[in-house]
Design a protein around this ligand. Sequence first.
Ligand code: AMP
Ligand code: MG
Length: 399
Amino acid sequence: MIEVAEADHIIAVALPTYPPESRPLTSAYGAILRQAIHADRPQPPFDRATMDGIAINCSEWEKDRRAFSIAGVQRAGESAKRLDDARKCFEVMTGAVMPQGADCVVKVEDIEVADGVAVIQDGLSLASGNFIHKVGTDAKVGDVVLEPGVRLTPPRIAIAAAFGAHEISVAKPPSVAIISTGDELVEAHETPELHQIRLSNVYAIEAGLRMRGFTDVERHHLPDDRDRIQSAIAELLERVDMLLLTGGVSMGKFDYVPETLRALDVEQRFHKVAQRPGKPLWFGIAPGGKPVFGLPGNPVSAIVCFRRYVLHHVERAMGLSPNPNLASLAEPVTFAPNMTYFMPVSLTFDESGRQIAKPLRTNTSGDFGTLGHSDAIIELSRDISEFEAGYVAPVYRWA
Ligand code: AMP
Ligand code: MG
């Protein structure tokens, strides 16, 4: 049995580096960016009016001029016009380039227009630069506006679009087969006999993958039959990039997974981690370098191990930058067994913005009803058995 940190290290070094692919911006949402995006032009690209109103030369206002005759209109999308008489103004629209010779926008609410003359209200304090977003103040040409390793959220898609990155390099998720084993299990749409239960893990795992943008995901269910398990795994190892098995990895008489994997020359890197839930976790590498995770069958263990190990490490191998998410315990927790404890928690924020984890205790490792109230699991160190309120630890969110 190994420690969580050792399991992390073994998985991290064993996983391949998944190659990127090029995708149109319109289908890159949620993906992990694999290139830097640079500014191809300044942001904003020109001195831009940020209000509807008039564009004036502020020095005339400073000389107490309040009435400016209107020389014309500067609309958004027109190239810059020229104000050649400082006693005049241009009507200007939000998003328009500032007319040459003007350096200040007065909002439409602060003027009155009559007979082609705009009169500025008294009592304003105007200055050169008013309501102008100056060229290059957000980014200069060549600046890195997005770093590789970030997930493409809607704001980041906007940034990529603004700088013309319409075809971008993102992580290509590996193809995954999820295999469950167990004679007692039936599909979700079936009516179980009294001695049967419905599959649940595999649906959770598939959902977890698809939510993160994995599209090449297949699900298979096998009875506890050594030969069928072996031939199915052999066939899938030829075809997919990664195998996730659930069930059959414990010490039961019909837990054929570890011996089947041995027979197929899948090299075991570890079996069993000092953690609860999820102690029976198995990990190995198939010939050709394909990772195989043997997740426990128990539903809570399977979901926790999938989130904590599979998603965590595979997304890093896909280039996601580490971004630890920490939370403070809302109340004390005692956990005596000498193991890392992954406890379901709900997450909130306190008045100072600290993330707070409220423990949701499960009564057994099979109690996944409690997980329905949880936002995440918190990882409580093996070295401590009495955790005080306020103890800070990593959390792994479901979504
Ligand atoms: P095993 O690891 O095969 O001994 O399974 C441990 C427990 O998890 C048993 O109660 C199984 O019925 C249950 N189990 C195994 N696989 C699944 C699954 N895919 N969905 C829900 N429960 C499962
Ligand atoms: Mg089983």
